[in-house]
Design a protein around this ligand. Structure first.
Ligand SMILES: C[S@@+](CC[C@H](N)C(=O)[O-])C[C@H]1O[C@@H](n2cnc3c(N)ncnc32)[C@H](O)[C@@H]1O
Length: 255
């Protein structure tokens, strides 16, 4: 079978660390568990993994081209139904044992994970699970070459502080999309701080954790007002953003 996909989804498929983390997490299910939802199924790879383990899989994808690829790729499996629809408008009627939803971006800022999970969580059985089931966000003070918000794709920067574990978001609980907190950085290097680096680690289940990869939450570099720092300084930065509303919502303030 030749797997059909879009350019974007092909890049996702080529990210081995990402794909193997999802495969491992899904593979831990017993064969013929009842129902799984694959939300934002793209060209259908995760539904293909789910097929071995679930009696019924409902796969929903908003993008017409990707959903067409998924329908074609999965047409020989009687237990998988692909819908080309917005998850937020889909008429859910059954409670699932598993919801797979990978609309993730660093700190959940730039994709719809939070809004989608807050909408569908009521369609999960009491003992059901969500993959991934949490993210942990870390921040570090940096001196960065580019003084505008960008993903870490090779531009240089120097780390000036200890990593700060500033939030854990558990997907089983209702998530407030508005994040606002003052982060206190312990400086361990001398230099000019002009940014913070946010790194998100994704917990797929109790046994599978996936760090940032090129296609799965690459670190986000956020500018702050410049300040000279030296070892043992404590630097406070107010960080604010709205999850699911994009990087335009990110605001920082040196306190
Ligand atoms: C990061 S991709 C994951 C794709 C897929 N899981 C894979 O492994 O190829 C997220 C997908 O969610 C889809 N998506 C985003 N918002 C959606 C929504 N509201 N309803 C349905 N699909 C959505 C996007 O079009 C995209 O294909």
């Amino acid at each position: 079978m030749k797997f059909q996909t879009t350019h974007y989804h092909l890049d996702l498929l080529k990210d081995n660390d990402r794909v193997s983390a999802f495969f491992e997490a899904i593979n831990q299910y017993d064969s013929k568990t009842d129902l799984a939802y694959d939300l934002g199924c793209g060209s259908g790879l995760l539904s293909y993994f789910l097929n071995e383990k679930f009696s019924e899989i409902i796969s929903i994808e908003i993008d017409e081209k990707a959903s067409g690829c998924a329908s074609e790729n999965l047409k020989s499996f009687n237990n998988i139904t692909v819908f080309n629809e917005d998850v937020l408008k889909y008429d859910f009627s059954k409670k699932a044992d598993l919801i797979v939803c990978e609309m993730l971006d660093t700190a959940l800022i730039d994709e719809e994970e939070v809004q989608v999970l807050n909408h569908v969580r009521k369609f999960l059985k009491e003992d059901g699970e969500i993959i991934p089931n949490a993210v942990i966000n870390f921040a570090e003070l940096v001196n960065m070459e580019r003084h505008y918000i960008h993903w870490d794709e090779g531009a240089s920067y120097e780390i000036l502080s200890e990593p700060l574990n500033y939030s854990k978001i558990d997907f089983k609980n209702k998530i407030n999309p508005n994040f606002e907190d003052i982060l206190e950085f312990e400086v361990n290097n001398e230099g000019t701080a002009n940014g913070i680096k946010i790194t998100t680690v994704t917990i797929l289940n109790d046994n599978v954790v996936c760090g940032p990869t090129p296609m799965f939450n690459p670190p986000l570099m956020i500018p702050i007002d410049e300040t000279n720092v030296k070892s043992n300084d404590l630097i406070n930065v107010k960080l604010k953003y709205i999850m699911g509303q994009g990087i335009e919502t990110v605001k920082t303030q040196l306190i």
